[in-house]
Design a protein around this ligand. Sequence first.
Ligand SMILES: Nc1ncnc2c1ncn2[C@@H]1O[C@H](COP(=O)(O)OP(=O)(O)OP(=O)(O)O)[C@@H](O)[C@H]1O
Ligand SMILES: [Mg+2]
Length: 267
Amino acid sequence: MTAETRKPILEAKGLVKTFGRVVGLDVSDLALYPGEVLAVVGDNGAGKSTLIKCLSGAEVADEGEIELDGEIVSFKRPQDSRAVGIETVYQTLAVAPALDIASNLYLGRELRRSGLLGSVFRMLDNKTMKQHAKEQIAALGIGTIQNIGQAVETLSGGQRQAVAVARAAAFGSKVMILDEPTAALGVRESNQVLKLIVKLRERGMPVILISHNMPQVFEVADRIHIQRLGKRAAVVTPLTHTMVEVVGIMTGALKIDESGQTLHSVR
Ligand SMILES: Nc1ncnc2c1ncn2[C@@H]1O[C@H](COP(=O)(O)OP(=O)(O)OP(=O)(O)O)[C@@H](O)[C@H]1O
Ligand SMILES: [Mg+2]
């Protein structure tokens, strides 16, 4: 099926978000299709993070609509989007450093012991959580983590991101949103996170990946959403367009015509 005949799993239509006099989003659209990695690229201040925050409920758009599986949704807080299966991983907010990996995976959704111990005394089912965490980490092929009881603050940056992604993958989410997951990471760690993204796609989970790193974008993305001046300027693919063209559209040096195919230089 082509992108045109498929229906988006997540769609934003005409989002407007202003911060006082600053325009974050100026009637912006976005469409994420099942099973794809959609990269979102754009210059600093183009509105990428604002777009994603509106999709995750961290910000509330002034205007516009968001649809999940064809149904209009309204998110007032990040918990609202998470409750319907949209997981967002932020570079900084990803994990609680002092807690171990299992606790991080279950943060906010801890399993309780069965019976009165759980319901009345609120006792945690640490054994099951640890077991599930181990399985989840193994299933995602995060081989470099040796000890599930290790505090997250002692992990490498890449391993931390991996835990954050595993956390999102662990709860049968519908959509994963990653805002600059590799920005602070080295080559090896970045590759680890990219591998995870590919793995998620293999499991059928669609991913929105915000990134400034063009080689990474071209490596993993099925489609590339180019954000410019608060709007979606174009959507291209790594097969039809080059990095130079994408950067050109990002900066306004190149424009895409109505059919979405030909590029014209802007004089
Ligand atoms: N809370 C806020 N208050 C005021 N202005 C904001 C706020 N959040 C975003 N903006 C403004 O909205 C615009 C879009 O910002 P946004 O963070 O979405 O850009 P971005 O594309 O993610 O940029 P970067 O690549 O630097 O992360 C910018 O001009 C920014 O200054
Ligand atoms: Mg940003």
